[in-house]
Ligand binder design. Structure first.
Ligand code: RNT
Ligand code: ZN
Length: 391
């Protein structure tokens, strides 16, 4: 478990605001609800908050940055961000031996106001976002090269229609062409950047049609050999990604997971210790997929302490992973092969009562991080010393 890094998403720390023009609202059909005080207002505050979260996690974990989270003295616009604007993050990651992942930001910008970016009918809009995509791959490669640890750069494009379109095909053709241009560009240190693509079923304001659907990216990732990103909140509410892992793995060079929790819609609630979380980790362990899988988190709850959100969600992901690693997988497989489905069911149910929490507590103890609920005392102390001073 300690060998598996989880990529913590920076955007839980400030409700996906970032460090461009602060008057820009969040767009792209995603939404952070709540107004809990103390969100990070600068890269320095965000790093401080992240440090506090990492101190409460066993193991050494990655950071997932969005393109709007660089360091700059001046207010920058979307396509002004350059690799050197991320050198502060790189230095911070080096100090902590951390890997960094990256995301272009195809939302919260006037050029995305039409609801379309790379799949826009307007060539000027497409070109703007193609430039952003290429810039982002350059930044990812710079980060990966500097850290000596490849950076996964994940493309999520919100483009879609609220109501039923007359022409679904045209936008999909344009998205293929735009992505091919972005991924075809020569960039320095290309080997240090791993491209990934993320599908989605629907968003707020794109209920009827999302250009980059699951089938679209399944085909794209397979034909272009890109990493496929599966976000747990991006399918029909009764559809689970745990069952998809072994179905897509034979076709793609790797998998990126956005571990999230949708409640009735893609609401991005904090990850809880749910059956589905356990099933995701079981699939990764049982299928021996951990080495080809990048595990990231994706939720943003603005109604609770944001550091606690990171810590609760990440600790849950780690607990589920630990539980999966402790499972007698060979024995279960043997029972299945022998046709002993009664024994399989009996053992699977007994396993739920096994004292895996004692192993978890011991890992936390040995790693010098709080055991059990004790992590909340540290979060409360940080809240009164640091977060409560922000307004
Ligand atoms: C949106 C996608 C995407 C975003 C982040 C902020 O539905 O899940 O991954 O959450 O890029
Ligand atoms: Zn996601």
């Amino acid at each position: 478990m300690l060998d598996v890094p989880i990529s913590l998403h920076c955007w839980q720390g400030d409700d996906v605001v970032g460090f461009e023009d602060p008057s820009r609202g969040l767009s792209g059909g995603i939404m952070a609800t709540g107004n809990y005080p103390g969100k990070a207002r600068s890269a320095a505050e965000l790093r401080s908050d992240l440090d506090q979260a990492y101190r409460l996690l066993p193991g050494n974990h990655r950071l997932n940055l969005h393109a709007i989270y660089g360091d700059s003295d001046k207010l920058l616009d979307r396509n002004d961000w350059q690799p050197h604007h991320f050198d502060h993050w790189i230095g911070w990651a080096k100090e902590n031996g951390r890997g960094i992942d990256f995301n272009p930001t195809f939302f919260s910008h006037p050029m995305a106001d039409s609801g379309f970016t790379l799949a826009s009918l307007d060539g000027t809009v497409r070109d703007f976002w193609i430039e952003h995509g290429i810039n982002s791959r350059k930044i990812g490669a710079h980060i990966g090269h500097e850290l000596g640890n490849p950076c996964v750069t994940n493309f999520w494009i919100p483009d879609g229609y609220k109501d039923s379109p007359a022409d679904r095909a045209r936008h999909r053709q344009l998205l293929i062409e735009s992505l091919d241009t972005v991924f075809g560009a020569e960039i320095p240190h290309a080997a240090s950047n791993l491209d990934a693509v993320e599908c989605k079923l629907f968003g707020l304001g794109s209920e009827s049609y999302v250009v980059g659907s699951h089938e679209f990216y399944m085909g794209y990732a397979t034909s272009r050999q890109k990493i496929l990103c599966l976000d747990a909140g991006h399918f029909h509410p009764t559809e689970v990604i745990s069952d998809k892992i072994s179905a897509v793995m034979p076709y793609v060079p790797g998998l990126l997971l956005h571990v999230s929790r949708g409640v009735r819609w893609d609401s991005d609630h904090v990850v809880t210790f749910s059956d589905e979380l356990q099933a995701i980790m079981q699939e990764l362990v049982r299928g021996d997929y951990l080495s080809q899988t990048h595990i990231g988190l994706d939720f943003f709850d603005a109604s609770i302490n944001r550091i606690a959100a990171w810590v609760i969600g990440t600790r849950n992901a780690l607990k589920a992973l630990l539980m999966a690693l402790l499972e007698p997988a060979d024995k279960l497989r043997q029972m299945e092969q022998d046709g002993d489905f009664t024994g399989r069911l009996a053992l699977l149910e007994e396993l739920k009562m096994m004292p895996f929490h004692a192993v978890w507590d011991m890992v936390c103890h040995q790693q010098n991080v709080p055991v059990g609920i004790d992590f909340m005392a540290e979060i409360k102390a940080y809240e009164s010393a640091v977060l409560s001073k922000r307004n």
